[in-house]
Design a protein around this ligand. Structure first.
Ligand SMILES: Nc1nc2c(ncn2[C@@H]2O[C@H](COP(=O)(O)OP(=O)(O)OP(=O)(O)O)[C@@H](O)[C@H]2O)c(=O)[nH]1
Ligand SMILES: [Mg+2]
Length: 202
């Protein structure tokens, strides 16, 4: 994948602040600190397009990014350009912080996922080191109930030994009952092409 452009568009909390309809949207969701913003940066081939932090709860608003990418055609002679918009969501399951703030975050995410017409697919990121959590299962089932397409990604796989990686991918796909889980590392950069392919084939 060739990244032609990757730009921050705007931040939003409520529907009236969402950007007007543009390219089809892909939202990144998952528990706090799972690596949503890092995965977005890896796909965009930009180090710090979205803000990354060791402290969970870094992303507090819905951040929209516009990307323009190019793929070689099968023959290799030409290339196809595609525009896609990414929405980096705040994480769920953030344990500390005031209750009122947590309720606000939950509402922000729920409102976006239930009402946004432009949303074409949801990337649900699961911590590949930690393994699947009840909140991950809840998110996948809920997205399916909404009729949203889901792509499950296991992050931070660089932290596991090679033999453990496949075991963990199998465990995640089994627990979440999904056919495919993409093994990913923003740190080492693997899984990026596979995730792009999954997103563009939807
Ligand atoms: N080893 C390793 N660390 C990672 C990877 N991806 C993210 N991290 C680290 O995990 C921490 C959280 O990353 P973020 O991308 O900010 O996570 P997030 O899901 O956007 O977090 P919130 O916005 O707080 O919900 C940071 O310290 C990252 O450097 C990865 O693939 N491998
Ligand atoms: Mg983030």
């Amino acid at each position: 994948m060739i990244i032609l452009d990757a730009d921050f568009l705007k931040s939003a909390t409520r529907p009236n602040e969402y950007p007007p309809p543009g390219a089809r949207e892909v939202a990144f969701c998952g528990r706090s600190n799972v690596g949503k913003s890092s995965a977005l940066n890896a796909l965009a081939a930009r180090k710090s397009l979205a803000r990354v932090s060791k402290t969970p709860g870094r992303t507090r608003l819905i951040n929209f990014f516009d990307l323009r990418v190019a793929e070689k055609t099968r023959s290799g002679a030409g290339r196809v350009e595609t525009e896609v918009r990414f929405a980096d969501l705040p994480g769920y399951g953030f344990a500390s912080g005031p209750k009122s703030e947590k309720a606000l975050w939950t509402r922000m995410i729920e409102e976006y996922l239930t009402t946004r017409d432009e949303l074409k697919a949801l990337v649900v990121l699961v911590d590949g080191d930690l393994g699947p959590q009840p909140s991950d299962l809840e998110m996948v089932r809920w997205a399916e109930t909404l009729g949203r397409k889901v792509v499950v990604v296991a992050t931070k796989l660089d932290k596991l030994s090679r033999p453990r990686r496949q075991q963990q991918l199998d465990k995640i796909s089994g627990t979440l009952a999904v056919a495919q889980v993409i093994g990913f590392s923003a740190k080492e950069g693997f899984g990026v092409e596979e995730l792009w392919r999954a997103l563009l084939s939807l």
